[in-house]
Design a protein around this ligand. Structure first.
Ligand code: C2E
Ligand code: MG
Ligand code: MG
Length: 711
């Protein structure tokens, strides 16, 4: 008998027997084997001391007064601690029937009387060792089950011969089965797999059955309530000695949460949070796929680069909240205008592979599989159209436009980066060409940039060299039939190039800051010309001067205007300043203040190119302006083109309701004149009356001074 290990406590045996001799010998024998013992003489006291002492093993006699051994074992097994404790029954009877009854009652083993005392100790120690192993197993199993539950991982075994399956508890939960009511099996497993994934899944099972191996499957499982879970399945098959497949083992894990996290990470990495459109990275991926496809099919791919015109202004004046919502709306409109295009390059189902937000107010459109460059032009026009529709954000009625550059594969670049770069260049070119339009990329764009640089250096010298001149265009008062005033329009006679139109150099002057000096020259020149006319005795009329935004924003602007009036002696009501709608949006408080100071000085103020910006008429109420100049584009197709005519009529009516006078620009035909007159438009300006002409020619357009004086 081995000495007890000091680390493990001495096992305790409970001996229940009504025979005092057996009790004595049994207890002595076991103590010699290194156990402690408790002895009792009947079933009831056996149960009581079991509960009190928690013995490690029970030796139970069968025949006893009171409850017999079978009953005592049954009762003991029902106790929480009694389930796994080893029980050795001392059956006096060596017949099969009583041995069966002992096992049925829950005995671990039996030993029949007369007892062979020499082996009892060994027997008991052996049973204890086995019990320990079983206890360990039970513990492991419980541990495994809870580990499986925590990991949402189930395991199953499939025996091919019997076609029976065993599932761990977690498998039932993962598949959404009630464990008590379900018979685990291949059919039950397959029927839970999403219909779209089922084919692949059953094929994998068949391959397992044929002895093949399946590494990893990711499938969707559909629960009875319709919930969809993602599961990952690993399998392994066991072959017999003859190489025939015997069994398959599998682990099934619910990875729905991981999947969701994965998708979230993917979303964050590849999609813009504000508009949910793909981001630059994603767009590059989509574009590369499209290019690869196009190189095989020989089709064209178009890249459209978009930038909202004057977005910064809206953002700065109305706040980022409004700016953000504007971007979301624009994204929505872009989706509409490219909808229906076949996204052959779609990487993910449901993904908008044709669009992306590259950052700020920059968007990109990908046109895969184009037939001709006309396709790109069509989409570009549609985008210009939808973007310029007025929109309302937080009670502000906004108008925005966009400039678009188009680059085409294979002509304008072979790879994604080059195409985007060239589409960008085309977009900047479109912007320099007056915004709200689109341009195709062309090699000459780089030479254009150089030209621009050369022009800028010429512009720097133009003032000193006296290359500027002012022309004047009369404005006719329809009520009196007289010239109410003139608009001063700058002309640049560049010795090498010839005549450079203002639209070609004013934006350049604005960008380079030269506009301030040029604008000051124009103001001074126009005012002194008006004063001269007045001194000549011409009928009273005002001179209108266009003011560029950077000039207007100068802190000293109002002072400079005052100086001009002082130096020239011109009456303030003879000077009109034309500002554009978009200037009113710049830093509203300061703009309003500047306009009020100018108004207080007695100047006339008008809003030029009205209808092309994004402010609404109602918004203008707060500004102290006298006239609105309806943009030429509305007058152009009048009176035939329904929309423009209707807009012009509406602008006139609304302007009147705000007590503003209206000037129609670009009037070229009698029909236009008649139409405007009918609608009560106060002034017209245009080639029909006169082109802009040099100062000396203005006199000829007016009644002779002497006659006027005489009259
Ligand atoms: P704007 O202020 O709207 O000037 C009206 C433009 O329309 C002028 O072009 C004029 O020549 C043109 N126009 C007038 N009547 C007709 C017509 O019946 N049909 C057509 N097709 N066009 C007509 P211009 O002189 O080329 O000036 C273009 C723009 O350049 C001006 O538009 C204005 O924004 C700017 N600009 C001109 N002079 C100055 C200036 O001295 N300072 C500043 N800051 N901008 C100026
Ligand atoms: Mg003007
Ligand atoms: Mg105008």
């Amino acid at each position: 008998m081995s000495a007890p290990d000091p680390a493990t406590p001495t096992p305790l045996a409970l001996i229940v027997d009504d025979d005092p001799t057996i009790r004595l010998i049994a207890s002595r024998t076991l103590e010699l084997s290194g156990l402690r013992t408790i002895v009792v003489s009947d079933g009831e006291s056996g149960l009581a001391s079991f509960e009190r002492e928690h013995p490690d093993i029970v030796l139970m006699d069968v025949m006893m007064p009171g409850i017999d051994g079978y009953q005592a074992v049954e009762t003991l097994r029902a106790l929480p601690r009694g389930r796994h404790v080893p029980i050795l029954m001392l059956t006096g009877l060596d017949d099969l029937d009583s041995i069966n009854r002992a096992y049925e009652a829950g005995a671990t083993d039996f030993i029949s009387k007369p007892i062979n005392w020499g082996i009892l100790g060994h027997r008991v120690r052996y049973i204890l060792r086995a019990a320990e192993a079983i206890e360990g197993m039970v513990e492991n199993q419980a541990l495994l089950a809870s580990a499986q539950r925590v990991a949402r991982l189930g395991s199953w075994r499939w025996d091919f011969e019997s076609d029976r399956m065993r599932w761990s508890d977690e498998v039932f939960r993962i598949l959404g089965y009630d464990q008590a009511a379900t018979h685990p099996g291949v059919d039950a497993l397959v029927s839970r797999i999403h219909a779209e994934d089922r084919g692949e899944f059953t094929a994998a099972l068949q391959s397992l059955r044929a002895g093949g191996s399946v590494d990893e499957l990711i499938h969707r499982v559909v629960h009875p309530d319709g919930a969809i879970r993602y599961v990952r399945i690993h399998t392994e098959s066991l072959l017999g000695e003859d190489g025939r497949p015997l069994q398959a083992f599998g682990a099934i894990q619910d990875i729905t949460e991981n999947k969701a996290a994965e998708q979230r990470i993917h979303q964050l990495a590849y999609f813009d949070r504000l508009t949910q459109l793909p981001n630059r990275q994603r767009f590059l991926d989509n574009l590369s796929v499209a290019l690869e496809h196009a190189s095989r099919t020989g089709r064209m791919v178009g890249v459209l680069s978009l930038d909202l015109d004057q977005f910064k202004r809206i953002n700065d004046t109305l706040g980022h909240g409004v700016g953000d919502r504007l971007l979301v709306t624009v994204a929505q409109r872009l989706r509409e205008s490219v909808r229906g295009r076949d996204p052959i390059t779609r990487l993910l189902p449901g993904e908008d592979s044709t669009l992306a937000r590259l950052g700020g107010d920059e968007f990109c459109v990908l046109l895969g599989d184009m037939n001709s460059f006309q396709d790109a032009a069509k989409v570009a026009r549609r985008i210009l159209d939808v973007v310029q529709r007025p929109l309302e954000v937080d009670g502000h009625e906004l108008f925005t436009t966009t400039s678009i550059g188009v680059a085409l594969y294979p002509m304008d670049g072979q790879d994604a980066d080059t195409l985007i770069k060239n589409a960008d260049a085309a977009m900047y070119f479109a912007k320099s060409q007056g915004r709200n339009n689109y341009r195709f990329y062309g090699k000459e764009m780089n030479s254009r940039a150089l030209e621009r640089l050369a022009l800028e250096s010429k512009l720097r010298r133009a003032l000193d060299r006296n290359e500027f001149e002012l022309h004047y265009q009369p404005k006719l008062d329809l009520r009196t039939g007289t010239v109410a005033g003139v608009e001063a329009l700058i002309r640049w006679h560049q010795p090498e190039i010839g005549m450079v139109p203002p639209m070609d150099f004013i934006p350049l002057a604005e960008d380079s800051g030269l506009i301030v000096a040029i604008g000051e020259w124009v103001l001074m020149q126009a005012a002194s010309q008006a004063q001269q006319w007045s001194a000549m005795g011409l009928p009273p009329m005002h001179v209108a001067v266009n003011i560029a935004s950077p000039h207007f924003q100068q802190p000293g602007f109002v002072d400079f205007v005052a100086r001009v009036l002082r130096d020239t002696g011109l009456a303030p009501e003879r000077l009109e300043l034309e500002v554009t709608e978009s200037m009113l949006m710049d830093d509203r408080a300061t703009t309003l203040d500047t306009l009020k100071r100018l108004k207080a000085m007695g100047l006339r103020l008008s809003i030029d190119d009205f209808g092309t910006g994004y402010s609404s008429l109602a918004y203008l109420k707060q500004f102290p302006v006298d006239t609105l100049k309806v943009d030429r584009s509305f007058v152009k197709d009048m009176p035939d083109a329904g929309d423009d005519a209707a807009i012009a009529s509406a602008i006139i009516a609304m302007a009147h309701s705000l007590r503003l006078e209206v000037v129609a620009e670009g009037v070229e035909t009698e029909a236009q004149l008649a139409f405007l007159r009918e609608r009560g438009c106060e002034y017209v300006q245009g080639f029909l009356i006169s082109r802009p002409v040099p100062a000396d020619q203005i006199i000829r357009l007016l009644p002779a001074p002497r006659k006027a004086l005489a009259g």
